[in-house]
Each structure stands twice: as structure tokens, then as C-alpha cells.
Design a protein around this ligand. Structure first.
Ligand code: HPA
Ligand code: ZN
Length: 346
């Protein structure tokens, strides 16, 4: 571990903004800003059921995950063509580059869109083309993680995997998203095993609203390598010991947790406690268009609320590369850039 020189509270936001980082938990459909939603609706001859951008933004008040998922799903109805998926992804990648994200692993779900009559090919081709352009035009690497929707059946997850088979080379892994409580991981054991056999990396949302038991089964039944959210792990000391010992990364999303009322305020968030417990936590934006900020907003607001330091900043950014699915030489190169910034930053 690198010991970081102290940085004043006034300079900390600039350091957080400037530091190289990876983003590992961001649903591309959740990056669709109201402005682009209205533009895509117009292009596709569709109506958004809100008067204007401001009225829509004011509707983004949620009591829990399900209330969010209902509005998020309604927003995806404007996505119809490959170009729509490209434009949404490109907009996110530009925002990510501005936040000094050097690598991002983007979640998407095909089942939402095939449910609206689109083909998985339309989704995957649009997303992938934007990721390719990001490398050449923005200098950032982006890979794709297909999330199954856990409120749907095992058979539907197998079908989604089957439809993605022609695009295996465009995927780094699979995940599990949507309504958590009442939908434990076990139903997806066989489809995760199949994906693993195909060489895909495995992650799952667990312990966002759901109990520590769902994190245990994501690890032991699905055999995931990372836990998305995982904030409920702190209620189970044996689980904390397991996550620490096995160095399982947790992709924490503080503004999401705030907006979905997982914590009553950011000052009550357990990110600092997770780091103090030796967990490999990272900071991510989840659904930035809906939760009030991109990854740097998550860093700056959470650091201010919790009084976190430059040492925590370095640890979180280091973890983000360590927890990513890039090869070890790329991890070390990014971590060296991170160290260099912390050595030279005034
Ligand atoms: N949790 C679960 N599923 C999701 C989320 C989330 O925060 N965002 C998009 N799908
Ligand atoms: Zn998520």
C-alpha cells in the first residue's frame, strides 16, 4: 500500500476529479439523460409521457429500487435503433472521459429491449461500436457486461445468453440486475455456470437492498468474482471476513444508495467503514442520469459527507483497476499513472 501525502480539504475535490480511475458499475440505460431521451423519442416518432426535460427530471424521486426500476424501464422505450444505442453509449463515454475514467465495464440488459421487439444484435452492435470508437477517439477502454434480469425466469436468461452467442467476442462478462428482494441468486446457477464455461467473467448485484445471504449465494452458488453494491455485507461479520480474505471487490454506488434510500444520508453511508474493514470497495455511478451524478460526483459528494482523505482516494482508485477485468500489465500501468499523480499533485 502506498502512503499518500496529505492533501488539503480544499484541494481534495480537484484530486478526486483528476485521478485516473476505472468505473465498474454503470448501467448504460441508466445513463440516458432526459435531453437525449426527448431527442431519441422525436427521432423515432414517439412521445415521452412528460411535458419537458425539467418535468421529467423532477419525477426522479424514488422510495426504493423498484420505484426506480419502473421509471428506468419506461425511459428505455425510446431506444429503437442501433444508432440510438450508439448515441447513448457515446454520450456516457464522453462524460466518463471527462471524469478521467481510463477504463469502464458497462452493464446493459438485452432482455429489456428484446421485450420491446428489438433484436439483441441491434443492442450489442450499437454499444460495441461506441466502445471501439472510445478507444481511438477518447483514449479510454470500454468493455461490456450483459446483465440478466433476475425478476425473469431461468429459461429467459438462457435465451438471452443464446441470443448473445454471436457476439461473445464483444462481451467480457455477465451480471445479474433488477429487483433484488424476493429474487435470490440461486435461480441463475446453471446459466452462470454455462457462461463461465464460455470464458465469460461473472458478477452479480447482491446486498443492495437484499440480505447478506444473497451475497453468500452469489459467491458460493453463482461463483461470481465481484459483488455489485454489497453494502449490506457489513451486517454479517463472517461475510466481511470472507470478502476480505478472498479479496472480492465490491462496486459501491453511493449516490444510488442515497436516491434509493438504502442509507438515509450520505453521511450515514458505510463506504468508509468498508475500507476500514479492509474490503476492496470501489466507487461507481450505477445509473448516473437518474441518481444525480457521474462517477466524480459520487467521489466528491461522498468524500465531503464522510470526511474521507487522499489516502482513501488513492485506495479506491487503485482498487478500481485491481478489480477490473483487464490484464495484469494494464492494471499495473494504470496504477503507476495513479501513483504518479499522487506524487506530483499539489
Ligand atoms: N439495481 C438493480 N438493478 C438495476 C440497477 C440497480 O441499481 N440499475 C439498473 N438496474
Ligand atoms: Zn446497478
Amino acid at each position: 500500500m502506498m502512503t499518500v501525502k496529505p492533501i488539503s480539504a480544499q484541494r481534495l475535490p480537484a484530486l478526486l476529479a483528476r485521478m485516473p480511475k476505472a468505473e465498474l458499475h454503470m448501467h448504460i440505460e441508466g445513463s440516458l439523460e432526459p435531453e437525449l431521451m426527448f431527442a431519441l423519442a422525436a427521432r423515432n416518432g414517439l412521445q415521452v409521457p412528460y411535458a419537458d426535460v425539467e418535468t421529467l427530471r423532477r419525477a426522479y424521486v424514488f422510495g426504493n429500487l423498484q420505484e426506480f426500476l419502473d421509471i428506468y424501464h419506461a425511459g428505455t422505450l425510446v431506444l429503437r435503433s442501433e444508432q440510438d444505442f450508439y448515441d447513448m453509449t457515446w454520450a456516457y463515454l464522453q462524460r466518463a472521459a471527462a471524469d478521467h475514467v481510463l477504463h469502464t465495464e458497462i452493464f446493459f440488459d438485452t432482455q429489456t429491449h428484446t421485450g420491446h421487439g428489438l433484436s439483441a444484435d441491434t443492442v450489442l452492435n450499437g454499444l460495441h461500436r461506441a466502445c471501439v470508437d472510445a478507444k481511438t477517439q477518447l483514449g479510454i477502454s470500454a468493455s461490456l457486461i450483459l446483465c440478466f434480469l433476475r425478476h425473469l425466469s431461468e429459461a429467459e436468461a438462457f435465451e438471452a445468453l443464446e441470443q448473445a452467442m454471436p457476439h461473445l467476442d464483444k462481451l467480457v462478462g455477465i451480471g445479474l440486475a433488477s429487483s433484488e428482494v424476493g429474487h435470490p441468486p440461486e435461480k441463475f446457477a446453471r446459466v452462470f455456470a454455462k457462461a463461465r464455461g464460455l470464458g465469460l467473467r461473472l458478477v452479480a448485484h447482491a446486498g443492495e437492498e437484499g440480505p447478506p445471504a444473497y451475497i453468500w449465494s452469489a459467491l458460493d452458488v453463482l461463483k461470481v468474482e465481484r459483488i455489485d453494491h454489497g453494502v449490506q455485507s457489513m451486517k454479517d461479520s463472517a461475510l466481511v471476513a470472507r470478502l476480505k480474505q478472498a479479496r472480492i471487490p465490491l462496486t459501491v454506488c453511493p449516490l444510488s444508495n442515497l436516491k434509493l434510500r438504502v442509507f438515509p444520508s450520505l453521511a450515514q453511508h458505510n463506504l468508509g467503514a468498508m475500507l476500514d474493514a479492509g474490503l476492496m470497495a470501489t466507487v461507481n455511478s450505477d445509473d448516473p442520469a437518474y441518481f444525480g451524478g457521474y462517477v466524480n460526483d459520487n467521489f466528491t459528494q461522498t468524500f465531503a459527507a464522510l470526511g474521507l482523505t487522499a489516502q482513501h482516494a488513492w485506495q479506491l482508485a487503485y482498487n478500481s483497476f485491481e478489480a477490473s477485468f483487464i490484464d495484469v500489465s494494464a492494471k499495473r500501468a494504470y496504477q503507476a499513472q495513479l501513483a504518479e499523480l499522487f506524487e506530483t499533485f499539489e
